[in-house]
Design a protein around this ligand. Structure first.
Ligand code: ATP
Length: 570
């Protein structure tokens, strides 16, 4: 009946009748089967039987040859219709047919989905053939479509929720039922709770470890001022440029879910290890952004680096080359207690208390403020450090699962700019490296030349673009210029581990010039309390030994380049 209609209302009527007449112990299975599935999507289990295999089972069950079965498929153009027709002819002569129950179908399909390894093909074919032998022609039609992934009745999640509300509660309960679904992404689980306890079961419903919560999303506004007007004092967090991950932990078991609620644990063995070591509670659901980091310098890399994880093999190597750090921003459940209805300010305290912060597993950088200027400065430091901007969040906001909410508002730049020319910079300091670079320099602190004041203000920390050979040689090359303290003509707000006399000039390029509260180059010239810095800087591998430090790119040139960059965008 359901297959005969494409009208949503009629479909819902049929589903209501179906759910009402389904025994409570199999309601979840019926819900999954109506969508052609055995489990909710996040379980990642598909029946996925190849058409050829299914035809072999049909041949076996109908007592016909593969050739005859294929001919029927060609005639009908649909594997379900072919099965229906062939079995109709056979069934008329069959003596005995036992009644097929939903659970019989479900468990047989589950066995087919779960059989792997040697001999699994024959086993799958035999299981399906057995099932078809017990099935009526119409049942066989749907079974064949389901096993081959062609059971497309087009029943949306929302239609199922409508039908569940009408079957087990009332129309008024629709919102509460949808909320329950948003908390577990599992229609079968919601149906089971409803059929057992009616609306009471839904009131008590909460998030559960192992079932992903549909993620809360943010709205967007263009200016910090507009956001402050809307939210007042807000929690302003760096908006990291990575992949959102929802972490589920139970004992030693860790599952990681993506924004689309796929289980991506296999892609992030390093994140799973961080969770095991640093999430100190037994049971929790927390969220954060995962970012690839340059292991030598500790700087964050653009999102694209994480795409090396989207594959079956070589993940360990990718994780070694570009390890992932987790920047955490929310806690949804801890030790069985659902936190989604608690205010964000409290959830963050709970989050902080349940983790042992390390360099690679920590809370997002944040600031609580309603001061527009302060927020803008914070925004610039986020951009300079490789983030996309900020997300401002209402302190009292609950976690609105599955909603794009005005309680979270993102602030990104409205333009994309590009630094086209390389610049020449003077080395004025160095920061010691870690990981593969421990004992050597992790990054150089570099400056441009301020012609008017005859000083060298820093413009960036340069850690990329060096070969192993460069890294080995740098301490020796720079040793003649080493100083005990910062040089009098160097201006820097950052503390270097080692200072140098401004002497050596090198060429570098970056993705763009950005405003920065940290670097004093062109301080206060474009905006108050901000200088100009380079985002994603890298060494072009050209030493400019022909240039004296005073021949380096000047502050005036940097200001012109910054303005030109803006014009290009406009
Ligand atoms: P959306 O995810 O809102 O649909 P989108 O895919 O275009 O939009 P963005 O505009 O980049 O994504 O912004 C939202 C995303 O930012 C979040 O889904 C999350 O992955 C990421 N993010 C980074 N830092 C944070 C943070 N501190 N709080 C919440 N989300 C963050």
């Amino acid at each position: 009946m359901i297959s005969a209609t494409t009208k949503r209302l009629e479909m819902t009527d049929h589903l209501v009748n179906l759910f009402k007449s389904t025994p409570g112990d199999v309601i979840d299975k019926v819900v999954y089967l109506t969508q052609g599935k055995l489990y909710p999507d996040f379980a990642g289990i598909e029946i996925g039987m190849a058409e050829k295999m299914a035809l072999r089972a049909l041949a076996m069950a109908s007592g016909l040859s593969m050739h005859e079965v294929k001919q029927e498929l060609n005639r009908k153009g649909d594997i379900g219709l072919a099965a229906e027709n062939l079995l109709k002819t056979k069934k008329q002569t069959a003596l005995h047919k036992r009644e097929l129950l939903v659970q019989d179908v479900y468990y047989a399909l589950d066995r087919i989905a779960g059989t792997t390894g040697a001999g699994s093909v024959d086993m799958k074919v035999r299981t399906l053939s057995g099932l078809l032998s017990d099935a009526g022609p119409v049942e066989a039609k749907y079974i064949m479509r389901t096993v081959t992934g062609k059971m497309r009745l087009g029943i949306a999640d929302m239609t199922i929720l409508d039908a569940l509300a009408r079957a087990f509660a009332s129309k008024d309960a629709r919102r509460a039922i949808e909320r329950a679904y948003n908390l577990t992404s599992d229609l079968g689980d919601v149906a089971r709770a409803l059929s057992r306890e009616g609306i009471e079961g839904i009131k008590e419903y909460h998030s559960k470890v192992g079932r992903p919560v549909r993620m809360m999303l943010a709205q967007r506004l263009e200016r910090a001022g507009e956001i402050v007007e809307k939210l007042g004092k807000a929690i302003c967090e760096w908006k990291y440029d990575g992949e959102r991950i929802q972490i589920h932990k139970f004992g030693d078991e860790v599952s990681l879910f993506s924004r689309r609620l796929e289980n991506i644990t296999g892609q992030y063995p390093d994140v799973a290890a961080l969770v095991r070591h640093n999430l100190k509670v037994n049971e929790a659901i927390i969220e954060g952004e995962c970012v690839a980091v340059d292991p030598d310098t500790g700087t964050m890399l653009p999102f694209q680096q994480l795409m090396h994880r989207r594959r079956k093999y070589g993940i360990e190597e990718a994780a070694k080359k570009f390890p992932a750090h987790m920047y955490l921003f929310d806690a949804l459940l801890v030790e069985g207690e659902d936190l989604t209805q608690k205010p964000l300010i409290e959830r963050r305290v709970r989050l902080r208390d349940m983790i042992a912060e390390t360099n690679g597993f920590r809370l997002v950088y944040s600031l609580i403020s309603d001061n527009v200027e302060e927020i803008e400065t914070f925004f610039e430091s986020a951009i300079e450090n490789g983030c996309e901007g900020l997300i401002l969040k209402d302190e009292d906001s609950i976690y609105q699962a599955g909603a794009r909410s005005w309680l979270w508002i993102k602030l990104k730049r409205s333009f994309q700019s590009k630094m086209i020319e390389p610049i020449d910079v003077v080395i004025v300091g160095a920061l010691m490296g870690r990981g593969r670079r421990s004992g050597s320099y992790g990054a150089l602190l570099v400056a441009v030349y301020d012609h008017e004041r005859d000083v060298f203000p820093t413009i960036t920390k340069l850690g990329s673009g060096f070969t192993d050979e460069d890294l080995k040689n740098l301490p020796e090359i720079l040793s003649p210029y080493r100083l005990e303290h910062k040089h009098a003509r160097v201006e820097s707000k950052l503390e270097a581990d080692i200072w140098f006399e401004p002497a050596l000039v090198m060429e570098m390029i970056g993705d763009e010039l950005t405003l920065s509260p940290v670097h004093p180059c062109a301080y206060n010239e474009i905006r108050e309390n901000a200088g100009i810095a380079v985002r994603f800087p890298r060494f072009t591998h050209r030493w400019r030994k022909d240039k004296a430090p005073e021949d380096a790119t000047t502050v005036d040139e940097i200001v012109d380049m910054y303005k030109a960059q803006l014009k290009k965008i406009g």
